[in-house]
Unconditional design. Structure first.
Length: 117
């Protein structure tokens, strides 16, 4: 089971890095999402999650679940959702301004907009 989780984290992170290094904006956004998923799974795996145990230690409980990894992953999910929304809006704006979805915006001719004052 540990090998499976470690392999999943490695594959998601490697695929995310590969997609971030692409020259188009859509693969970059997908790569960022995959890297955040890999980090979230890593945080869950490092938290030593247990099943059917209370999150708070009581006198009659045999053990407890550490709630910190769950809180960290929930916070990371919210932050990654906001980050993804911002990156999508920035990519859409860059595409509308330059008429291309290349990340580096390399063009041979200058961008001219006749409808702007």
């Amino acid at each position: 089971m540990e090998l499976l989780v470690a392999s999943a984290v490695g594959i998601m992170t490697a695929a995310g890095v590969y997609l971030v290094l692409r020259a188009r904006t859509f693969p970059v956004v997908l790569g960022l999402a995959l890297m955040t998923y890999g980090v979230n799974v890593f945080l869950f795996a490092m938290g030593r999650l247990t099943v059917n145990l209370p999150p708070v230690l009581t006198a009659d409980a045999a053990g407890y679940t550490d709630p910190l990894p769950q809180a960290l992953v929930l916070t990371a999910i919210v932050i990654s959702f906001g980050m993804t929304a911002v990156v999508v809006v920035m990519a859409l704006r860059a595409y509308l301004e330059s008429d291309t979805d290349h990340v580096d915006l390399a063009r041979s001719e200058p961008i001219e907009k006749a409808d702007r004052p």
